[in-house]
Design a binder for this molecule. Sequence first.
Ligand code: APR
Ligand code: PHB
Length: 397
Amino acid sequence: MKTLKTQVAIIGAGPSGLLLGQLLHNAGIETLIVERQAPDYVLGRIRAGVLEQGMVDLLRQAGVSQRMDAEGLVHEGFELALNGRLHHIDLKTLTGGKTVMIYGQTEVTRDLMAAREHAGAITLYEARNVQPHDLKGERPWLTFEHQGQQVRLDCDYIAGCDGFHGVSRQSIPADVLKTFERVYPFGWLGILADTPPVHGELVYAKHSRGFALCSMRSPSRSRYYLQVPAEESLDAWPDQRFWAELKERLPADLAASLVTGPSIEKSIAPLRSFVVEPMQYGRLFLLGDAAHIVPPTGAKGLNLAASDVSTLFTLLCKVYREGRVELLEKYSQICLRRIWKAERFSWWMTSMLHQFPEADGFSQRIAQSELEYFVESQAGRETIAENYVGLPYEAIE
Ligand code: APR
Ligand code: PHB
């Protein structure tokens, strides 16, 4: 068996693992990432596209913001379409100057991979059967297979950045963990197309046929989503049907100006709210999708991963520089306070904007009037905007 050694072993080379790795590397703390897939597979996943200011700042701090700052689109607001009418949420004015950045998760990941390679830090791709050991001890370790060899990786700490289906959360004894979950009776059918976006800002549309979202990746690349039943098959949605249904759900003037074209990616994602508590077990820490999932309606998934990374990074710096090991016990509480607020917002946006098959007339009217109240009231719009741009990261002393 080959033996390797590092300070922080990171499982998973998604945005959580790569961003944590970059920040730690810049701070002089050594990391080694083990990732189950090949780099191209990781980059083939089309995911979120809205970055909060906090994440933008963190990417700048990590020194990986050059392309984002050149190519990302700063959005000062978005539209809520209700009953065929647009209601503008002016993020910048409502939050005293905050905005969001439109820049795809795929591009964030690409930039982080390039920076890691440039820094000469190691990522072992296509690592099989990763297993954490001795999490409660002083010297935890991982075992895995890489290029036909058995490897043992000794470390001080393990960062579980391996997503919802990863091994990290599963390696914590079940009786230690509490899980909180809500599964929604629908999914999102998404397509990517090289067509100009239908509108300059994102449009979240509530419609009796179901929710729709108009998003984008660049001035020439659009990303659109439709609410579909949970068990829907992709085969049922040739491009033509997608475009026709999207037009039905958008206000008439937007539908009329929608430019359609062949899809370059099409997929269905289930919607789920999920949180595990605590997010630490001994020397193993869970970050990002390994610990929590939000439905995509509030654009919070990737941004929550970034705030976990910021928290663990700050704590580990204090541990390595000042010896304040006891601070690590606070990781879970600090993260969960922010996570639950984002869970609430994502659940609320999802509940307000989607059609629930089981909802009776009363519930539908309540949701409709709640949304109308929020968009017509200054206080309501401020609440939406404050959450959408992202709640502040907690200061760590
Ligand atoms: N061993 C090694 N790597 C693994 C294992 C394992 N057992 N299981 C999963 N992985 C890898 C996956 O292949 C993936 O590359 O861990 C990575 C996890 O990445 P993501 O799922 O992207 O999770 P994360 O980095 O936390 O990103 C946050 O925010 O909006 C959400 O879903 C969106 O991916 C996004 C997430
Ligand atoms: C996206 O562009 O993929 C996107 C944007 C906003 C969301 C969810 C997804 O709320």
